[in-house]
Design a protein around this ligand. Structure first.
Ligand code: B4P
Length: 203
């Protein structure tokens, strides 16, 4: 299995590049942001709770998001691997992800960090907010999300750098250009995994 984390500040292009990774490598896309927004839209108890954090640009508490992911992975069937988009967002979530995957003899194979300057991030999210009307894409919430990113999420870069998994990629350019840089990182990781799967099928 191939487990990729796509990492970056809000608006860095995680969701956009995840779609391309899914198309090329046949991975299952897990976006915690999308799951939580669905809970809000369908007015569940989890959604009501998540909304009280997300509308202020804060992170939903670790225990809630970790439980959500644990259940999702436990239900998996015939999955080639995952692209984790927006998870982990804190060091405890990073530790939990490795623990969850280790139950199946797996771990994260690479963490792709999309590097984009704040000014560009703010512009992108404001533009998206005008088109999609996404509740957290307004200036005040975007600024709060960026603060949270630097205070809590960016610490994960060291966490993954120390484990030799962090791959920093320039996140500015066309979507295709950025994806080509991602392919250069992912292709060499995929090859030995595919070979190992073939060997298992032959034996
Ligand atoms: P997310 O849904 O993950 O939102 P995001 O960080 O804004 O990323 P997204 O994937 O949507 O945007 P993208 O960069 O692709 O999270 C939302 C909230 O949910 C969080 O703030 C938090 O409250 C909560 N949450 C989620 N996961 C959590 C967790 N694990 N723990 C706790 N809380 C959690 O794209 C942004 C825009 O840029 C788009 O409009 C896109 O078209 C544009 N774009 C992309 N690539 C571009 C490029 N190359 N050039 C120009 N524009 C580009």
């Amino acid at each position: 299995m191939l487990n990729i984390v796509i990492f970056g500040a809000p608006g860095s292009g995680k969701g956009t590049q995840s779609e391309k990774l899914v198309d090329k490598y046949g991975l299952q896309h897990v976006s915690t942001g999308e799951i939580l927004r669905h809970e809000i839209e369908t007015n569940t108890e989890l959604g009501k709770l998540a909304d009280s954090y997300m509308s202020k640009g804060e992170l939903v508490p670790d225990c809630i998001v970790i439980d959500m992911l644990d259940c999702l992975i436990a239900k998996r069937q015939h999955v080639k691997g995952y692209i984790f988009d927006g998870f982990p967002r804190t060091v405890p979530q990073g530790v939990a992800l490795s623990h969850m995957l280790s139950k199946y003899g797996e771990d994260v194979n690479a963490v792709i960090s999309l590097e984009v300057e704040d000014e560009e991030l703010i512009d992108r999210l404001l533009r998206r907010g005008m088109i999609s009307g996404r509740a957290d894409d307004n200036r005040e919430t975007i600024e709060a999300r960026l603060k949270v990113y630097y205070r809590q999420t960016s610490l994960l870069k060291d966490f993954y750098r120390e484990r030799g998994l962090l791959k920093e990629i320039e996140g500015v350019g066309t979507v295709e250009e950025i994806f080509r840089s991602i392919e250069q990182v992912v292709d060499p990781i995929v090859e030995p995994i595919i070979k190992k799967e073939w060997q298992k099928q032959i034996l």
